[in-house]
Design a protein around this ligand. Structure first.
Ligand SMILES: [Zn+2]
Length: 91
């Protein structure tokens, strides 16, 4: 089971459960679950097991097929995700 326990980076709001996840980024092989709001420059990302994030909000499973270097955003819980490629190469 531990092979399914991927690490995920979350902002302090997701860590505390004070805000829902509205932005998911799969970048350079790492998953980030963020509230989509701005954070102070002193904000420290927290690392949690991805299973705990998914248990808290099962709708996040909809974006687990997100390819590497893509992100998905929604304006509120229950609305559709908008997927965007992360432009890591200058075009
Ligand atoms: Zn946040």
């Amino acid at each position: 089971m531990s092979d399914r326990e991927f690490a995920a980076y979350v902002c302090e709001h997701i860590f505390e459960g004070s805000r829902p996840v509205l932005l998911v980024a799969h970048e350079d092989g790492a998953w980030q679950f963020l509230c989509g709001d701005s954070h102070g420059s002193d904000a420290i990302p927290r690392v949690v097991g991805m299973n705990h994030i998914l248990d808290a909000d099962p709708s996040l499973r909809d974006v687990l097929d997100l390819p590497n270097n893509w992100e998905a955003e929604r304006s509120s819980v229950g609305l559709a995700w908008t997927r965007t490629g992360i432009d890591s190469t200058a075009q």
